[in-house]
Write a protein that binds this ligand. Sequence first.
Ligand code: 6R9
Length: 665
Amino acid sequence: MANDDQTQSPTLENLHTETRSFPPSDEFAAQANATAELYAQAATDGPEFWAEQARRLHWEKPFTEVLDWSDAPVARWFADGTLNACDNAVDRHVREGRGDRVAFHFEGEPGDTRTLTYADMQREVSKAANGLESLGLTKGDRVAIYLPQIPEAVIAMLACARIGAIHSVVFGGFSAESLRQRIDDAEAKLVITADGGNRRGAHLALKPLVDAAIAAGDHHPEPSATVEKVLVVKRTGQDTHWVEGRDTWWHDVVEPASEIHVPVMVEAEHPLFILYTSGTTGTPKGLFHTTGGYLTGVSYTHRVVFDLKPETDVFWCSADVGWITGHSYIVYGPMINGATQVLYEGTPNTPHQGRWWEIIEKYKVSIFYTAPTAIRTFMKWGEAIPAKFDLTSLRVLGSVGEPINPEAWMWYRRVIGGDRCPLVDTWWQTETGSIMISPLPGVTATKPGSAQVALPGVSAAVVDDHGDEVGPGHGGYLALTEPWPSMLRGIWNDRPRYERTYWSRWPHLYFAGDGAKRDADGDIWLLGRVDDVMNISGHRLSTTELEHALVSHPWVAEAAVVGASDETTGQAVVAFVVVRSDAAGADASGHDVSVALREQVAKEIGPLAKPRTILVVSEVPKTRSGKIMRRLLRDVAEHRPVGDVTTLADSSVMDAIREGLDSGK
Ligand code: 6R9
C-alpha cells in the first residue's frame, strides 16, 4: 500500500556492494530467445513494440488501436480487437497441430499422476464451459474458485475465460471469512470447490469452509446474496455435507457435457479475472486484469525471461494457482506459449524433504521457477538432500516473491543449478500482471541479489520523494513511468482507491510501494516494501539489506529484521534468525550467535546497523505466499500484543516465538 509519509528522506544507506557477476555462456547466448537488440528495438518502437508482441496472440478481430491513455490511470490496450484467452491457451495449439503435446504432468501429493495433452485440455475445458453454461453462467458473471492445486483448478479458470466469465481464485488456504469477503466484493454467482485436498499427508477439507462462507455467521447475519450454485470436484473422497438444489458434483455436470464448445470472443478490455491482494490496512483489494494486454504481457515475458523452447523444455513454476504467479506463469503465459509443465499438488517435504528434486528428476524439468522462502528452507535442510537427485535436466532457474539474499542466490545457482544455469530474479506484482524487472538469460551478466534491469518495453525508475530519478549509488522508491499492457485496470468497483493507492504520490508515475536502489552499474536492487524501511539515528536502512548481511553468515538459514522504537536511536534493529541445522559452533543459547552476527552486520553494512537484539527462533512468520510478516515481529520487538495472525501460513509460529522469548532467550 502507498505510504503517505512524504517527509522521510528517500536516501537509503547502502553500504553493501556486490562484485560477483555471471556472464552468459556462449552456448546459451547463441540459442537464447532474447537478444540485446530487443532493448533498442523497444526503445525505438514505443507502444508499437507491444503491438508486435500482441500480434503473436490469435485475434478473432485484429486490433488497429494500440494504447489509449486518455482516461489515465486506466489504460486501454488493443481495444478494438477481439479474442479469447482459452482459445489462445488451448484450442490454438490443437488447431495448429500441437494437440499431442503434453500440457501438464500432474503429480498429486499422495503420488497419483495424470498426464494431460493440449487435446485433452481442449476436451476438458469445453466440457467444463458447457457445464458452466448449463448452470446459467454467462459472459461477465463472476465465479469464485477455491480449489487445491489440481488440474481442475486450471480447467475451471480456463472454462470461465472460455465463456467470458470472470474468475476470482481464492487460495485454498484462506479462511471461510476471507472467502466470504471476496465472494461478496465480486458478487460471485458460483463457487467452484472440492471436497478437500492433500496437504502434508492429510486430507484438508475445503467444502465445509465454502458452506460456512456462504451461510449466515458471526460476521454476516445474512447468507450470501449472490451465490446460486456450488460446484464440487471430488478429490479426496471425504464425507461432505450437501445442500440440495445448491450443490452439484463437478462430475455430474462436467463429465456428461459435450466436448464441443465454441469460445466466446470478447473485447480486448473485457475483464479476465479479479485477484485479491491484502493491503497493509483495510479490506483486500480486488485487483483486476483484462484480456488482450494481460495475455500479451504474460506470454512475451514467459518467452524471453525463461527462454522457453516449447518442443523440448519442461517448465515448472512451484507457485499456487491461487496467486498471481500461478495465474501468469502456470495458466496463461506458459499455456499460450504451448509449454509442457509440471503441476504439483502438495508440500515440498511430503513424504520426504527431497520431493521437489525427485519431481525434477522424474519429469526432467528444464526451467524451474520458485521463491526465495523455499530456497532458504532447502538451505536449512542441507545440500545433501538435493545431491541425491539428478538435476542435470535444469537449464534456467527463476526466483520471485521477495528480494533474494545474495547467499541464497549463490546456493540456488550452485546446488540446484550446478553452476551452469542462468538464474533470473524477477520483480513484479499482482498489479503489474507480468514480470517487469529481470535479467534476460543469454543476454545479461547476472548479479547475485539484484533483479537488475527493466525488461525491453518496460520503463522503471528509482525516484526520490519528488519523483525525480536518483543517480547510481542512490536509493529511493521504485516507480514505473509508462503504461504497459498487463497493468492492472483498477480495483474492482473502487476507482478512487486505485488512483489513491498507486497514482497519487507523484503525477503520472505508478508507485509500486517498494524501496529500491541503483548500484554503481545502474542495476536495480529491490529493498522490500517501503513500510519495511527503518530509521536508525537518522540513517535509513532497508530490512532487506540487513537480512542479506545476516544470511551471508554461514550459520544463518533465514533472517527477518524489524525496527523497534528505541529512546536513543529512534529505532533499533531487532533481528530474528533461524540457525542452519549444520551450523558448527553456534551455541544453542544464542549468545555466540549474537556476538558473531553483530560483527557480521558491522562488517557488511556498518556499525550503525548492528542489531540491538538478535533472537534465535525456529521459524519466522510468513504469509501463505511466503512473504515475511514483519508487522507481527515488530509487535514482539516492541512488547505489544501480537496483531492479526489470520493471514499467516502457520499461526503457531508466533506462539513459539513468544514462548522462546519468555523462557529467557
Ligand atoms: C509476483 C508477486 C508483490 C511484491 C512486490 C515486492 C515483492 C516480488 C520480487 C519482490 C524483490 C523480487 N517482490 N518479486 N521483491 N525481488 N524478485 O510476488 O506478486 O504477491 O503481488 O507481491 O512482492 O515487494 O511489491 P505479489
